[in-house]
Design a protein. Structure first.
Length: 471
């Protein structure tokens, strides 16, 4: 296909969204601001070193933008129509794949027009990546919205090194085979040289799938296709900028804000904290119900404890999410109505987004972090809380079904489907001895700091580099 003569990069990231957000300044001019998030932090040094390009949607439908430079990175916008946002993104990506890959916590919807939009948009991303990649370039495709891109890209540009990383879980064969387009998705992923998953179990689910469903040779973690192409499937647990979070939490401004948060909450003896995107997979209802019962039963004193739940707005045009918001609103009102005091409620619910500095202050202020997803690929909030601790204090309550539980073995583990288990573990985490908390947190901190986001990116890219040599 015809190459882009103006943009040419030896390292290309392909993701649904760009690493920058558009902002309108006070004088009405348009500027671009680096998006928050660990992926951008991890890849920024690699991209600057290689004069890399990032291919993605800029967030506004029905608008076409030319490539531009930002902070030493070439930004390559891919346009999406309003209809494609509805069918490819809100539809197939988030109402079909998302629930299916999260153990069918909500029923997935299968619509052929959504699939058609998914194929069309994936092809557009693949073609744009092919146009901007140097000969023998490394292309790293990100996440479930773009699972067809590796194969499409290989057909267009067989000279490229192609990696793919799935940030969410990959389901067991018994669930994945519900998908009418299961073969196309499987073959799409196998276009990559290296397919990364959060956990070994997810990689094994994928290998079992292709062994059973496709006429390919599978030996250990390698899949050999009939044309001789070899794809490797392996786990690379993603992490965070641990040192960056820790240093941010230690700044005078964030430290002062942390103390202010405690004072504004009435200086509770124990502050519980939940931080999640508003999503039915996060187990928010279960944890709040458990907390409410503990207060109602007198096992936690509302004069001494407070639970702060941050629920970041998410996919509010999707019906399932609107229902969830209404249910949580009612649950919060009932708990506070039954156990609240004049001037003070035991549960503080914040349906809003906050900057990174405010989140670091909340992590620092909290005594017990409560992370209870019904299913999560990793859950970086758990690692952010650990990184923000000032020494070996605090407690992390963590769902067995979060990918982070595989690494953070010294957390207080719970089964989020068992309300009594959540209740007893919240009570234990609040009242455990300081020595036990310190022992657990010491191990958690070592894990989080030894395996940060740079370690994750370096591990994946070095393995991808070892898999193939440019033709």
């Amino acid at each position: 296909m015809e190459r882009d003569t103006e943009v040419s990069a030896s390292f290309v990231v392909v993701a649904n969204r760009l690493p920058v957000d558009r902002v309108v300044t006070d004088d009405g001019s348009v500027a671009w601001r680096t998006s928050p998030g660990g992926l951008v932090t991890a890849l920024e040094p690699v991209m600057k070193k290689n004069e890399g390009a990032w291919v993605g949607w800029h967030g506004a439908p029905d608008e076409t933008l030319d490539p531009f430079e930002d902070g030493g990175i070439t930004i390559v916008p891919v346009p999406l129509s309003t209809n494609e946002v509805a069918e490819y993104y809100e539809g197939f990506s988030n109402a079909t794949l998302w629930p299916l890959y999260h153990d069918v916590v909500a029923p997935p919807a299968f619509h052929r027009e959504w699939w058609d939009a998914y194929v069309r948009v994936n092809r557009r991303f693949a073609e744009r990546a092919a146009q901007v990649s140097d000969t023998g370039a490394t292309v790293w495709v990100q996440d479930y919205q773009l699972q067809l891109v590796p194969q499409m890209l290989r057909e267009l540009r067989p000279d490229l090194r192609i990696g793919f990383f799935l940030h969410i879980p990959f389901p067991p064969v018994e669930l994945f085979q519900q998908l009418p387009w299961r073969r196309q998705i499987s073959e799409g992923l196998l276009g990559a040289d290296l397919i990364g998953f959060q956990l070994p179990g997810a990689a094994q689910n994928f290998l079992r799938l292709v062994r059973q469903r496709l006429s390919v040779q599978v030996r250990r973690d390698r899949v050999t296709l009939p044309d001789g192409h070899v794809a490797r499937a392996k786990a690379y647990p993603i992490s965070i900028d641990s040192r960056g979070f820790h240093d941010l939490a230690r700044t005078p401004e964030v430290t002062a804000r942390s103390h202010e948060i405690r004072r504004d909450l009435g200086s509770p003896k124990v502050m519980f904290l939940g931080v999640d995107r508003l999503d039915y997979t996060k187990g928010i209802k279960q944890r709040l119900r458990a907390f409410g019962e503990l207060v109602a039963e007198g096992r936690l004193d509302p004069d001494e404890v407070v639970f702060v739940q941050v629920a970041t707005p998410s996919r509010e045009r999707v019906e399932e999410y609107r229902h969830l918001r209404d249910e949580i609103d009612m649950l919060v009102g009932r708990i506070n109505g039954e156990a609240g005091r004049i001037g003070r409620s035991p549960l503080v619910y914040l349906h809003a987004s906050f900057p990174r500095e405010e989140m670091a202050a909340m992590y620092s202020a909290a005594d017990v972090m409560v992370v209870t997803p019904l299913r999560d690929g990793m859950n970086l909030v758990a690692k952010e809380f650990v990184a923000c601790r000032d020494g070996d204090n605090g407690a992390l309550v963590l769902s067995e079904f979060a990918g982070a539980a595989y690494e953070l073995k010294q957390a207080y583990k719970i089964n989020p489907y068992d309300i009594n288990d959540i209740k007893s573990t919240l009570e234990l985490a609040a009242n455990d001895s300081e020595a036990n908390k310190a022992r657990r947190m010491r191990t958690l901190r070592k894990q989080v700091f030894d395996n940060d986001i740079s370690h994750w990116a370096d591990s994946f890219l070095s393995d991808l580099d070892a898999e193939v040599s440019p033709e």
